[in-house]
Structure formats: C-alpha cells, structure tokens
Ligand binder design. Structure first.
Ligand SMILES: Nc1ncnc2c1ncn2[C@@H]1O[C@H](COP(=O)(O)OP(=O)(O)OP(=O)(O)O)[C@@H](O)[C@H]1O
Length: 367
C-alpha cells in the first residue's frame, strides 16, 4: 500500500536572524523528534543567500546521523526537506572542505548524537578557529563544562588545527548518549575568580605576534580588573596545525561556575595588539553585563533547554537576535515554552534577563 507521509512542518529560514543557525536548530530538532521539516527561504537575510557549502555539509551530516533523506540539498539551494529516520550511533565523518567551522558542524550534530542508542564518533574537518563561529577552544572550555550540567558528556580530540582560508583542521568528538537531559539553573553570577587563555600563531607567522596579542589583552583587562592574575599563554602551534593563522581566546570563571569568553582572530593588515584588545573588550563587555552566560553561549544553550525534562532558568545580559531566533524555532518544532523576563537590580543599576524554559522532555527511546 501507499504510505501516507505526514506533511513536513515548514520552517521559514528568513525569520529574525535569518542565517545558518535556523538550519542547525531546525535540522537537529527534526532528527530528534523524528518529524520531517521543510526549510524555505534559506539564509534570505544574508548577502549570499541559500545554502553555503558548510551549511550543506552540516545538513548532510544530520541526515546521515538519522538515516534520513535530504531533498534540495545543493549549494545555493533556498529550500530543503529533511525526512529523518532512526538515529545511528557509531562513526560519522563530515568535511567542510574549506575553513567552514568544525564547531558549527558539532553544533548541529551533537544534540542528535545524544539521542542515539550508543556512543558516536564524529570526525569533523574544516576550520577549528574560524571567524563568526566558536573557536574549538570555546567549544571545549566554555560550552562543554556548561553542557555537563544538562547531563551532556562528550570528548573532543583536536587532531589538527585549521584556519582561514585553507581549513584542513580535524577534530574527533566522542558523544555519549543520554536517556534525557536535565534542566539547568544559572541565575547567580558570583564574582570573577579566574581569567586565562591562549594566544596562538601557526605556520609562518612569528611567535612575537602571539606574545603581542597576549600582552595587549592583559593590559586591556588590567584597566578594569586589577586584583586577578591573568594568564594568557602565548603559543606557537607546530605539527598539529595546517596553514597560517593567529588568534586569541580569553576565558573568565566566576565563583558560581559561570564561564565567559572573548576571542578574536588575526587578519592580514591587522596589528596583533588590536586582535588582543578586541578579544579583551569582548570578554569585559560580557563580564560587565552581569549575566551568567556570554552573548554566544546564550543562543547555543537554547536547544538543550528546549529538550530538557523540566524547567531551566538562565540569567543573561541583553538577549541576542540569535537567541530569540533559536527560541522561535524551538517553540515551533517542540512543546517547549520559553519566557523572558527583565530583572532590574537597583544596587548595581544593571539590567539582566531571565530566560526560562519549560522543556519538552525529549526521551531517548533507544536506551
Ligand atoms: N566569537 C564567538 N565565540 C563563540 N561563539 C560564537 C562566536 N561568534 C559566533 N559564535 C556562534 O556561532 C554561531 C553563528 O551562527 P550564524 O547563524 O550567525 O552563522 P552561520 O551558520 O555561519 O550562518 P550565516 O552565514 O548565515 O551567518 C552562533 O551560535 C554564535 O553564538
């Protein structure tokens, strides 16, 4: 007989932020909920609309992870349909072929692999420290410890670093499945107790750049935070790096276990000092806003809040458009309900927000 397919839920890829993140959140949720989705007007908000190679590779990875089928998946495409099947554990490989970010491949694949019947090894190739994406060090040092609060456990082996424009990086991520995710509360900022980081050069670039980025970042942070020892290690990447690159990431820890970061990458014609200052200012801005997460972690946690069983609460600074977009998609594709409330603290005259989520309580039927 003819199998009647339920009509795919339609996701408008042009809403709000209108970028690649809509694809990742909706594809991962389709995979986990087992419901087909059709994404239209892909990246209509961007100057080069449609699927870029790295987005396509991410969608293909998810489709492979869930034994699904992907229709309309070609570079430039403005519409795709994903029909998911059973989530498969084991080995999966994805290669952006460029400096397209491995962290963003993980962003779409990780939630899916959590709902497999056994552990997964994801071999992800591309840029490890790329623009407009989390540096892999962010994923390991900031995202990973916070995700552990949700019950998410993964291991990331950085085999090779890769930078713009060549890419060539490789990470192998081992993901353990979960029965369900726990809700998380992060509402107490506490005091900043530790600031540390790394400033790197790779390839033909001189070590002095690493030292200059580090020194400029330390000077910038010192102006505002005087009482802490700041250790930003200058590093020369040797064998485990492909091509030329330089950059910096600085992390801050609070007494209550919050983590924040500021980061930047070198570009042709930009002084190392400026790269260091940019990262330091990003970190300071995120510390000053008195939230429990930085401006990037905010949007990256939304899908986990939406899947968790129970109520999560996270204090943030200004809610980003990326976060609002992820919430919009999560509410469309799951039973999760989010509310954002403003909280004014008269003493510090700072305004923060609490993002509260009654999660959908996704349960792994394979465990
Ligand atoms: N400096 C940074 N540190 C940590 N995370 C970052 C940083 N910059 C960007 N991100 C994260 O990377 C993701 C970028 O998503 P976004 O949709 O903007 O990019 P994209 O997939 O490259 O698509 P598009 O090309 O359409 O913008 C977000 O989750 C954001 O939080």
């Amino acid at each position: 007989g003819v199998k009647m397919e339920r009509a795919a839920a339609e996701v408008d890829g042009s809403v709000m932020e209108g970028g690649g993140q809509i694809l990742r959140v909706s594809a991962a949720l389709s995979c986990i909920t087992g419901s087909s989705i059709k994404i239209t007007k892909i990246r209509a908000g961007r100057s080069s609309p449609g699927l870029r190679p790295q987005h396509l590779v991410g969608l293909e990875l998810v489709s492979a992870l869930c034994s699904g089928s992907l229709q309309g998946g070609s570079v430039g495409s403005s519409e795709v349909t994903l029909t998911p099947g059973k989530i498969k554990s084991g080995n999966h490989t994805a290669d952006t072929q460029t400096a397209g970010s491995v962290s963003l491949l993980l962003q779409v694949a990780l939630p899916c692999a959590l709902f497999a019947d056994a552990s997964s090894q994801l071999c992800l190739k591309g840029g490890t420290n790329a623009e407009m994406a989390p540096q892999i060090d962010y994923t390991v040092k900031v995202l990973k410890p916070i995700l552990e609060k949700f019950g998410v456990h993964f291991d990331c082996d950085i085999r090779m670093r890769g930078y713009y424009p060549k890419g060539g990086g490789e990470v192998v991520v081992t993901v353990n499945p979960v029965k369900e995710l726990s809700p998380v509360t992060m509402t107490e900022r506490g005091n900043i107790t530790k600031i540390y980081g790394r400033a790197f050069v790779a390839g033909v670039l001189p070590y002095k750049l690493a030292k200059d980025m580090s020194a400029a970042a330390v000077r910038t942070i010192r102006k505002e935070i005087k009482e802490l020892y700041i250790n930003i290690q200058p590093l020369q990447e040797k064998d485990k790096a492909c091509g030329n690159g330089n950059g910096i990431i600085i992390m801050a820890e609070s007494s209550t276990g919050c983590l924040f970061a500021g980061s930047a990458l070198g570009k042709k014609g930009v002084y190392a000092d400026k790269v260091g200052i940019e990262a330091a200012e990003m970190l300071l801005r995120n510390i000053r806003n008195n939230g429990c997460v930085d401006e990037f972690l905010q949007d990256q946690l939304i899908i986990f809040m939406a899947l968790a069983k129970g109520t999560s609460r996270i204090r943030t600074g200004a809610v980003t458009l990326h976060t609002q977009t992820a919430i919009h998609i999560a509410e469309q594709l799951t039973e999760a309900k989010f509310t954002i409330s403003k909280s004014e603290d008269e003493l510090s005259s700072s305004v923060t927000y609490i993002i509260e989520c009654h999660g959908s309580g996704a349960s792994n039927t394979h465990l």
